[in-house]
Design a protein around this ligand. Structure first.
Ligand code: CTP
Ligand code: MG
Length: 248
């Protein structure tokens, strides 16, 4: 609960981890004794503001995920349910939003926070900033300023525009929204897809909000450690950071 609004999280773990180029799915890789998805789950469970969490994973992995959670030490009281994801990330978010529906009571419009389980270095500060951003601005996405200069390429792959570095932001999750707005945006997206009219390449939730509801998100404070584990070198970095924090 944050300023009278209930807060629900959707934790995404239904990807296939193709870019990792390793056997198995990255969300289940054991690192420092725990499957990857459990790091951000733990942070969300420990958050004083998060009231409930829905887990989204590939249908065939749902029993495995439930088994992992039933066998560890945690009680996972905040985990409301497990739902099968879809082919693309946005299908999985839609599945999470749909799944969440039956846990909502008639309270004030809740906040829904969407997080990629592939970002294990989530912190309470990031979660709180994200929720506050959504309460104040209806939509917020975590981000950090780019450390590198970014060049926009033309169709021949030659550099053309150079945006000012201070105006370039690297987008992360969590992304948090008014539940009613995000679910309406996703319903429009899925309807467009069903009717074969989907034209935009959708990569995150803020894009869906902007495209279908015209709401531009506030950028909440992310962190340079809140990386998305995408390729093998990211795992090495994670290993290093976890070693620092557990003193191994
Ligand atoms: N995700 C999901 N459903 C999908 C695709 C992605 O729930 N159909 C989740 C992933 O599990 C991950 C997050 O969205 O936590 C971000 O996606 P990404 O890092 O791209 O993970 P993958 O899609 O698994 O990896 P890749 O793109 O390399 O295959
Ligand atoms: Mg992907």
């Amino acid at each position: 609960m944050y300023q009278g609004r209930k807060v629900f999280a959707i934790l995404l773990a239904a990807g296939s981890g193709r870019r990792m180029n390793m056997e198995g799915k990255k969300q289940f890789f054991r690192i420092h004794g725990r499957p990857l998805f459990q790091y951000s789950l733990h942070c969300l469970e420990e958050s004083e503001y998060v009231d409930g969490i829905v887990m989204v994973s590939c249908e065939e992995d749902l029993p495995y995920m439930k088994e992992i959670l039933s066998k560890d030490d945690g009680k996972h009281e905040k985990v409301l349910g497990f739902f099968p994801g879809g082919k693309e990330r946005y299908h999985s978010v839609y599945a999470g939003l749909f799944g969440l529906k039956c846990f909502l009571s008639g309270d004030k419009d809740p906040i829904v926070l969407v997080h990629d389980s592939a970002r294990p270095m989530l912190t309470h500060e990031i979660v709180e900033d994200s929720i506050r951003g959504a309460v104040e601005h209806h939509a917020s996405v975590a981000g950090v300023q780019s450390k590198d200069t970014v060049r926009i390429l033309d169709k021949d792959g030659k550099a053309c525009d150079t945006p000012a570095r201070s105006s370039v932001c690297i987008i992360q999750t969590p992304q948090a929204f008014d539940y009613s707005m995000l679910s309406k945006a996703y319903e429009k997206l899925i309807k467009e897809e069903e009717e074969g009219r989907l034209s935009a390449l959708v990569t995150d939730d803020a894009m869906v909000c902007e495209l279908y509801m015209g709401v531009r998100p506030f950028i909440s404070r992310g962190s340079y450690r809140n990386i998305k584990i995408t390729t093998a070198e990211d795992l090495k970095l994670l290993d290093l950071w976890l070693s620092e924090s557990d003193g191994s």
